[in-house]
Design a protein around this ligand. Structure first.
Ligand code: 6PG
Length: 229
């Protein structure tokens, strides 16, 4: 089930994509907060979202009404520079007035199993999320859901991931069900190295990223067109 073309938006470069993504997120927050008290946002891991987060911090949002979650986390000590929550704090969260109690980091320092159980309890009262931000790896993985990995079929809300092919090999991920239950899903994908996976999905490869239904895809020319981007 390839991303349907009406959900793909193409940008000239990563900066243009980051600006547009931050505007899309801000618009969704305003739209949802006009109807509901709280906006539940799951932030993506990886490096691609950094610029989007940096632009987002200048948006005039009602930050006090956001609840922030993470699509996945790497089982590293708190504060480790390779953690997804550390990047999110540096680029966004430490610059905006979100009450600390409304930022739900994954306690990945506790190890995959314990952290996943604890995070499933947090997620239990937070369904459905309003927006999930996602990236995609060169193998078509998203969050910490990797191709042909047993975690893909788990029905838990948060899943312990062992032996992940992308280091660190121990991780915690939101499940496919939680991602698919979200009201909005937005993929941010840049760079020529992602072209092959996008191409394969267009040809029908059922990668984990392709199993997130009805998602919007923001991709840059290099990812969509490859070398000639
Ligand atoms: C992680 C991520 C992972 C990431 C993709 C893309 O913790 O590694 O959550 O799913 O989004 O691997 O990573 P980049 O944006 O760094 O290319």
């Amino acid at each position: 089930m390839a991303p349907t073309c009406n959900l793909i938006e193409v940008f000239a470069d990563p900066e243009a994509l980051a600006v547009a993504a931050s505007e899309r997120i801000a618009a969704l927050v305003a739209q949802v907060l006009a109807q509901r008290e709280v906006f539940r946002l799951a932030l993506s891991g990886g490096r691609t979202p950094r610029r989007c987060y940096e632009h987002l911090r200048y948006k005039a949002l009602d930050w006090s009404r956001l609840e922030v979650y993470f699509s996945d986390e790497r089982c590293l000590p708190r504060g480790d520079s390779e953690r997804n929550d550390v990047l999110a704090y540096e680029a966004l969260l430490q610059h905006v007035p979100i009450p600390p109690a409304k930022i739900h980091a994954i306690p990945a320092e506790q190890g995959p199993a314990t952290a996943a159980e604890a995070y499933a309890r947090v997620l239990d009262s937070a369904q459905p999320l309003d927006l999930v931000l996602l990236g995609m790896g060169e193998d078509g993985h998203t969050a910490s859901l990797f191709p042909d990995h047993p975690a893909l079929s788990s029905k838990a809300l948060a899943i312990p991931v062992f032996d992940a092919p992308k280091l660190p090999s121990s991780r915690v991920s939101l499940s496919l069900d939680v991602l698919n239950a979200a009201r909005h899903k937005l993929f941010l994908v840049t760079g020529v190295e992602k072209h092959a996976a996008l191409q394969r999905m267009k040809e029908g490869a059922f990668f984990p990223a392709a199993q997130v239904v009805g998602a919007q895809w923001y991709v840059d020319r290099a990812a969509l067109l490859g070398g000639s981007g």
